[in-house]
Design a protein around this ligand. Structure first.
Ligand code: DX5
Ligand code: ZN
Length: 220
């Protein structure tokens, strides 16, 4: 069954612990977006916030690093409680080393690709990672519109993974909503990240239940 990750970038950050507690019973993991104002045009939150959040939830925390020089920070994010670390293909020259650095420290390693990055560039690293995060918006903000071409990318990635007999997760991040969730799952997405879909949506419980049941109320 598809897993749902709540992206806290879209919540009321002044009430972070309460916001997480409000959605904990319906989501499978918390998605924690770290932005440095260099790799992406926004600055979010980092290590001290993760330290505090770790004490407030037992859900797995996925740290999505949208920062330059991620190798300088992955150990510290794992020490502060990251269960999964996602690093961008575009931010490092030594992805293989970085992925194994993450795994050696006991966390799961995912690689993220921006909308312009083709999945063919993952052909060598795919066997080493626990998952791929497909950015379906340009990273930097919650509440953006889903880029339609991402669907084909997910389908092709799913094919690549299946052909190699791998169990690699496919996480989709950006603009996931009631209209596209079902079709994303059908095309191979195994984890859906949602910011606005959860924190800016009064009917988030119903939406998640519908997605999980596989009953599409809306489809594109
Ligand atoms: C974008 C972030 C996403 C974002 C998702 O840079 O990586 O995780 O918060 O939010 P929605 O679901 O609102 O697009
Ligand atoms: Zn993210």
């Amino acid at each position: 069954m598809v897993k749902i990750a709540a992206s806290i970038l879209a919540c009321d950050l002044a009430r972070l612990a309460d916001e997480v507690k409000r959605v904990e019973h319906v989501v499978d993991m918390i998605h924690f977006d770290v932005m440095d104002g260099h790799f992406v045009p926004n600055i979010s939150f980092g290590l001290p916030v993760l330290r505090c959040l770790r004490k407030e939830t037992r859900l797995p925390i996925v740290v999505h690093l949208m920062i330059t020089n991620p190798e300088d920070f992955v150990d510290r994010f794992i020490e502060e409680g990251a269960d999964v670390v996602v690093v961008h293909y575009e931010t490092t020259h030594h992805l293989h080393r970085l992925v194994h650095q993450i795994k050696d420290r006991g966390a799961k390693a995912f690689v993220a690709i921006n909308p312009h990055t083709p999945i063919s560039l993952l052909s060598e690293i795919i066997v080493d990672v626990d998952g791929v995060l497909v950015m379906s918006v340009n990273p930097g903000y919650s509440g953006q519109r889903f880029i339609a071409r991402s669907l084909e990318k997910i389908r092709n990635l799913h094919k690549m993974i299946r052909e190699q007999g791998l169990e690699t997760e496919i996480m989709v991040d950006g603009g996931v909503n009631e209209e596209n969730a079902q079709i994303l799952v059908k095309n191979g997405a195994t984890i859906l990240v949602m910011g606005y879909g959860i924190f800016r949506n009064e009917n988030y419980e119903k939406l998640i239940a519908t997605i999980k049941s596989g009953r599409a109320e809306f489809e594109v």
